[in-house]
Every structure is written in structure tokens, then in C-alpha cells.
Design a protein around this ligand. Structure first.
Ligand SMILES: [Zn+2]
Length: 79
């Protein structure tokens, strides 16, 4: 059995956290980790900013190429 990296667990929670899809216990868990981990907090801020940007640009008319580029930048498999 391998010890799980708390940052890995946080990364799992992060997408759901940003999409507000987590149950309260998971939100607490994610926030507890984000409060104590600079690395994940940075990543969270980056993801949150990126999402806001994508939402704004997606609501305006965006050239298909740029949109594809942004999605590619997120590097999320299946997104
Ligand atoms: Zn972390």
C-alpha cells in the first residue's frame, strides 16, 4: 500500500471544487489543504483565473482556433 500524496488528493478535488460539485466534507477537505499548501493554492488560483477567462471569452464570440487553443492549454483529458 502506498501513502497517498495529499497534493494528489487535492488535485482530484480541485476540478470538482471549481465546478462546485463537491459534497461539503470534500469542500472542507480541499479548503483545509489549500489553506496550508502554497503549491496547491497557486494551482487553484491559476485554474480559477483560467476558468473565468474561458467563461468570459466563451460568452463572447471567439474564433474557433482560439477556443481550441485555450482548451488545449488546460490540458484536461476529455474536457
Ligand atoms: Zn498541496
Amino acid at each position: 500500500m502506498t501513502e497517498r500524496d495529499p497534493c494528489e488528493r487535492c488535485e482530484e478535488l480541485l476540478q470538482g471544487y471549481l465546478d462546485r460539485e463537491l459534497v461539503q466534507a470534500e469542500v472542507d477537505e480541499a479548503e483545509r489543504h489549500l489553506n496550508g499548501c502554497i503549491y496547491c493554492r497557486r494551482r487553484y488560483r491559476f485554474e480559477a483565473t483560467l476558468r473565468r477567462y474561458i467563461r468570459v471569452t466563451a460568452s463572447e464570440r471567439m474564433p474557433e482556433g482560439l477556443r481550441a487553443k485555450l482548451i488545449e492549454l488546460r490540458q484536461l483529458p476529455g474536457a
